[in-house]
Design a protein around this ligand. Sequence first.
Ligand SMILES: [Zn+2]
Length: 489
Amino acid sequence: MNGNDSTPLLKKQKVAAHEDSQSDAEFDFPEYMTSNVNHSAQQDTLYLDTIHRPLLDFDFEKVCSVTLSNTNVYCCLVCGKYFSGRSRTSPSYTHSLENNHHVFINLHNEKYYVLPENYEITSYSALKSLRDINNFLNPKYTKSDIENLPVTARDLDHKSYDVGYVGLNNISANDYSNVVIQALSHIVPIRNWYLSLSHRQDLNARLESMSPLNYNFGILVRKLWSKYLYRNHVSPHEFLQYLSSTTKNQFSITRQSTPKKLLVWLLNNLHLQLSKSIKKSSTVLSDNLRGRIKVTSMEVHTKEVNDKVEFETDENSAKESVSSFWVLTLDLISSPLFMDVTKIQEVALTKLLQKYDGKQTSQVSSSELRTYKLIAPLPRYLIFHIDRGLEKDGSTRGNPTVVQFSTTIDMAPYTEGADQSLNYKLLSTIKRQSTEGVKLDHSDDKNNWAISLRRTDDSWVCIKDLEFNACEGGLLFLEENYLQIWERC
Ligand SMILES: [Zn+2]
């Protein structure tokens, strides 16, 4: 069909414009054409075999490839390109005529249309044959789907992939954010909450308007755990695009940052915005990840004794306060000046955790010492940040000390009010893969960050952007671990 002979057909077709309220203003079909003229079920299936699924990709920002408009955007299911509108002056309409491409999906309401005839596909059999496209665009989960997530599924080429363990594209320099997205979306209660948004439509719609951060993060989590993927990877592009614009490029796709900075920012902002949207002070994030800590601060005085400076703590000045935390920082003792560069130092995780035993003092300034102790009950998940000095401006190398740990630890010695052991098991660890001068400010240093995740059968998988490798849980300590999530067991 071409542009000339499409006009008579147009007049015969029902125009389903009422479904597409955003387009009403630009919809220029005359009134009589929107009257109730039915199209047949046969017509519905007319062009379905022209759909080319390998070209479909819904992970990108939903903007028209011609006008860059983000309202009323359709995807041409023949070539995969995005165009806005359905009116006779719209890019979709022109594309349909010029390229002889006829089947489009509205990316917002997921309805299918045939252009240039401009009717909605409504027959049951046609919609059934298109359901995989809806699932690919926007995976949905019922309660029972969430409780019974499959272990494997098949992609478009019928190759098996592990559901939930799929790669994330590194578009330019976003491996630092890929590992954070993987880490958060593998914390089961958090994952399940974001999956459940697909059947809590009112809440999801509220988040779309009140907290696009939570809304977009939810879409990404639902794609990561989808059993309907066409390929065994997902692009975080749309979420990261939003992140970059909302943080004014503090977290960008093209410039490295550190996973810890992003994780803390995300936890704070996801939680605060969610809390505001649901009008509750606690959220699925704070319920599972946020703990309380007692900080005792003491003054330090210096005095000179026989030409030497001595420090004296003033116990009477001790002040206690309680604050909350998302992440516990563990300090590596570094003395780069004297460090033997040929030998990498080693330290036990339990030694680093003594910072929180309520006795070991940490000097926060020349006049202040602090002790820390966690307060029971601890959250179900604990996040440790092994501070390698990467968060300091201009730091490139970082402290490469090896931190030894076993895969379970007892947190009771660091917790006030713990009357029995509090065992935690390692769930995931984000590590730096390259120890050669990591350039935090350059976009050309891809693939520095990777994550190892423990699966439900206790096997481990390491994901670095799109690469996967099975790994040995008992040997993880040999790597440059940097952020760890531990799960109560
Ligand atoms: Zn097309």
